[in-house]
Design a protein around this ligand. Structure first.
Ligand SMILES: [Zn+2]
Length: 163
């Protein structure tokens, strides 16, 4: 297996394989400093991208550093991620041909509700966002709540004007 990082039509740089990869093969480890969730708060707040990868314990976050951090998102990816013995692996989800760009579904969560992380992967399966479905639902709930609060505030002001 030989991987290269070069510019990608999806976003910035991407990771490509120059040799075929078999379905199920471990392709790359997602490496980087391990931080607590608290330490990572706001780290990529002003950035279009995030390199944070949350582990299954819900507390540890890897701040991606290395080739795996350049793997782009797709809603119809050729790789998936799995945690094996406290390590995160990017694994081929199907046979991948030489020259293909590697992708996996970011399934983002813990994203600021104002940010719907639009996806431009262009696949037929594209759901228009890199957020995971639960996160999309959470954002909808919070935005509806904020709208209700704004409306309540407005109606109070209206009453005050009348009084
Ligand atoms: Zn997409």
């Amino acid at each position: 297996m030989a991987l290269i990082v070069r510019s990608s039509p999806l976003h910035g740089a991407g990771v490509y394989t120059t040799t075929p990869i078999e379905s199920g093969e471990r392709v790359l480890e997602y490496t980087g400093p391990r931080l607590t969730k608290k330490q990572t708060e706001g780290m990529y707040a002003d950035s279009e991208v995030t390199y944070l990868f949350g582990m299954q314990d819900g507390k540890t976050v890897i701040d991606g550093f290395g080739t795996a951090a350049f793997v782009n998102h797709s809603c119809d990816p050729n790789c998936e991620t799995d945690q094996i013995n406290r390590r995160i692996w990017i694994i081929a989800a199907r046979d991948i041909k030489a020259g293909e760009e590697l992708t996996y579904d970011y399934n983002l969560y813990d994203v600021d509700p104002g940010d719907d992380a639009p996806c431009y992967c262009g696949t037929k399966e594209c759901r228009g966002t890199m957020l995971c479905p639960d996160e999309v639902a959470r954002h909808k709930r919070i935005m509806a709540q904020r709208k209700r609060r704004r409306e309540q505030k407005r109606s109070k002001q209206a009453r005050r004007k009348v009084a």
